[in-house]
Design a protein around this ligand. Structure first.
Ligand code: ADP
Ligand code: MG
Length: 213
């Protein structure tokens, strides 16, 4: 299936075209329409199957379509288990939002906390972060999540393995309102920890599972 058949904005389909991507991967085919429809999603597919674009494309589309963006709060937060992964996601986001007025920010552990707090005050639409550092900023009142529309957990199983459950819960609670949509990706959906966690964070999620071909 082509990107043009998934309900994506023409500008995003053109971006994919520029990168030489016409054909959506299986997880993208399944996840993108669910995400665009505003439903919560719990999804798994193997490494290298294109999960990043499966959530970034609908997320960017959602922000693109908004005319008036209110001050203060990020629209979309993406959480990843590691700094390296967050950087990769941020790179993909940058190429999707170049030449738009959408702002994205990378918030990583181990970097200048005060500088990050100043950057957060500039009201980015997207925040890509590791959970520990984002929870710290939340505690210090450097960002508010009451306007958050989309919370994305990439490699949720690894975040839980690394002991981030409390931070993830704090972020979820700060953004716990009816309008919020949540997309959760995990290498496995079978783990009890993941499914229990999903029950707390997701509301009537669509489940997508792409097994190895
Ligand atoms: P995952 O998170 O599932 O491990 P990634 O999102 O990191 O996978 O994507 C793996 C690679 O596949 C990246 O280099 C990405 O640019 C590429 N990719 C993503 N979607 C497509 C597509 N539709 N066609 C071709 N390559 C793609
Ligand atoms: Mg990934």
């Amino acid at each position: 299936m082509q990107f043009s058949e998934l309900g994506l904005d023409r500008r995003l389909v053109e971006r994919m075209d520029h990168q030489g991507f016409q054909q959506a991967t299986e997880i993208q085919q399944q996840a993108i329409p669910v995400a665009i429809a505003g439903k919560d999603l719990l999804a798994s597919s193997k490494t290298g199957s294109g999960k990043t674009l499966a959530y970034l494309l609908p997320a960017v589309q959602r922000v693109m379509k908004q005319k008036a963006l209110s001050k203060r709060d990020p629209r979309v937060v993406v959480l990843t288990p590691t700094r390296e992964l967050a950087k990769q996601v941020y790179g993909q986001l940058r190429s999707l939002i170049s030449n738009t007025s959408i702002k994205g920010m990378l918030i990583l552990g181990g970097e200048d906390f005060n500088q990050q707090s100043k950057d957060l005050a500039k009201d980015p639409h997207f925040v890509i972060a590791t959970p520990g550092r984002l929870a710290d900023h939340l505690e210090h009142g450097h960002l508010y999540l009451n306007g958050l529309e989309l919370l994305i957990l990439d490699e949720a199983d690894r975040m839980l393995d690394l002991g981030f459950a409390d931070q993830l819960n704090a972020i979820h609670k700060a953004a716990d309102h009816r309008r919020r949509q949540t997309l959760m990706f995990s290498a496995t959906l079978d783990s009890a920890v993941v499914s229990e966690f999903g029950q707390d964070l997701l509301s009537a999620p669509a489940r997508v599972r792409i097994d190895a071909e």
